[in-house]
Design a protein around this ligand. Sequence first.
Ligand code: TPP
Ligand code: MG
Length: 693
Amino acid sequence: MEMTERHFLNKEISQTDLIKSAYRLMFTAKSLTDLYEKEKKITSKYVHATSRGHEAIQLALGMQLLPQDFVSPYYRDDSILLGIGITPYELMLQLLAKRDDPFSGGRTYYAHPSLKRDDFPKIIHQSSGTGMQAIPTTGIAMGMKYKEEIGIAGNLNDKPIAVCSLGDASCTEGEVSEAFQMAALKQLPILYLVQDNEWDISASADEIRAQDITKYMQGFNGIETRTIDGTDFIKSYETVKECIKIIREERRPMLIHAKVPLLNHHTSGVRKEWYRDDLEECAKNDPLIKLRNKLSKFNIEDSEVQTIEKEVAELVRTDFENAVLAEDPKPEDTYKHDFAPTPITEEKGERSPSGKIPTVMVDCALFAIRELMTKHPEALLYGQDVGLRLGGVFREAITLAAQFGEKRVFNTPIQEAFIVGSTVGMSAVGLKPIVEVQFADYIWPGLNQLFTEVSRSYYLSNGKWPVSMILRVPIGAYGSGGPYHSSSVESVLTNIKGIKIAYPSTGADLKGLMKAAFYDPNPVVMLEHKGLYWSKIEGTENAKTIEPDEDYIIPFGKAREVLLCENRQDKPTLTIITYGMGVYWASNAAKEFDNQIEIIDLRTLAPLDENRVFESVNKHNRCIVLTEEPVNNSFAQSLAARISDNCFRHMDAPVKVVGAKDLPAIPINSELEKEMLPNTEKLIKEIEQLLKY
Ligand SMILES: Cc1ncc(C[n+]2csc(CCOP(=O)(O)OP(=O)(O)O)c2C)c(N)n1
Ligand SMILES: [Mg+2]
């Protein structure tokens, strides 16, 4: 069989041949399940689930997808994978976490695919978080529609569609409804397939939902639903065919609610005999038996069926033996594909062109984005209130919608998860989304997508799917913003591997880093301090700079020397390693000392310019790491530990971390706020102490 099974798509084939192919694949799925069970000593080393009971609807879908389509199967969808043409051998390479596992190179579980082959439907990285694929996959459909609307989609006869497969219980996740909302609102070309086996591991439907997905969808205007028996291959095939045709032609979302029995274990680790009392009942509804009973109607002789079954059983057995022998990943493979290589490695262009007047930081960002969007139709900006009427609550996107139109700059609902997670799909179809959450305090609902989907896509797809996006996050305390408009969150972000993080402290840096972020194929978070946006706070005037030229760009991982001083014989000196608002507390404090202070602005927190930091610390032998965050367990504290590790022999005093008090929130009262946060006066005292040490 191998690839030939799927190529009937390109040919006119008879219904008999179609049914024969389907039966062969369905029998393959069953043989896999049986084999995994029989060989469980070997196969259950790593957890896996199989599609038994769900095969008919899965094959009906997989067999009809085209290479221009995207599909997001979930962990029970091994029959979708067989349907698109993945071989049992390839599936088993992932089952056994082998080096040649085509999806992840042995990094992630069975039936957690990602695929980027020319002649196959595309699959972005699939996580294990139930329902988490809904937002990234809806982002794909949003990207497809965007490309069509602005005229960069190319000219395919069959327009591409996105398909998102979901278990029934996963649909109760809040994020899934964010995806439905956007698909309905924007009428996106996506098919949701919900496989309803009425189980959520051991929790039954009556325990976990007030209505099934058919009823639930009535709340989403404009997503048409088909409710079917997902064990009936022919009915499933026809329904999928009809839905795909509608989506390809009419560019609107649809949902198939397929009722199916779960015949195998939940997973290899959670076994059906522990808690199921419906197994006999379910067995009556076996899609394989149903299809087999129909084969004679299509003039498929019993002898032929037996030949198919024999061939499949042999193939599956041989594939297994070969897969067991296949090479394991090498230890050095562990380090591959943490980040895609960026072309931006050097500072270039004119940072302070003559004849220009100083520009506030917020406008430097705005102008950077304007230049990028003028040049790149694949660039678009979305988030809350960034559209035409307001241009962002900080007016950081003002004029952009007027200039580029409401297709390229638009408001989203209050859906931080969607804002962040949709970029995975947008990036997969070749776009460069620039998105924003309104305040750092509201990044939390988006954090799951950032961690689960965005940050791991490149690594877990073994280098196939970098997520190229920029997430703008206004951050920091400014003018008694209170507990929900003042927070700093960089420690949480720097704990997420697989993303880059900039925290510029001047307009020129913000512009240069925004450009670097744009050309970086990896996800980038831009932390933009609200208190520096307009330099309105006394002592932050230097955040306002000459606006650099269009081609000015700063690589990530290069710190800025804000203030240099010599190591002196007569007096102790120290270096302050900081970023964001800390740069100004440090600059103002330094004025109280006699050329004793050096200041290094990190500019990017990930990657971090460790070498420049260590060099400065080794030169002065005393160091303060200054942050706006509460000190304990912070990014700053961990940097201090790294400095101690590396510079210990040069130090004349312990590394000191100066930051906010360890409290749950920043109070709104201005005196309380002042008490909690660091400032220049408090820093001066710390410097005096450390110089005396
Ligand atoms: C966000 C999240 N929470 C919990 C889990 C653990 N978990 C794995 S599968 C599962 C049940 C999912 O049921 P359903 O979506 O109906 O799919 P089914 O397994 O029945 O096909 C749960 C709770 C998870 N993977 N992700
Ligand atoms: Mg279920």
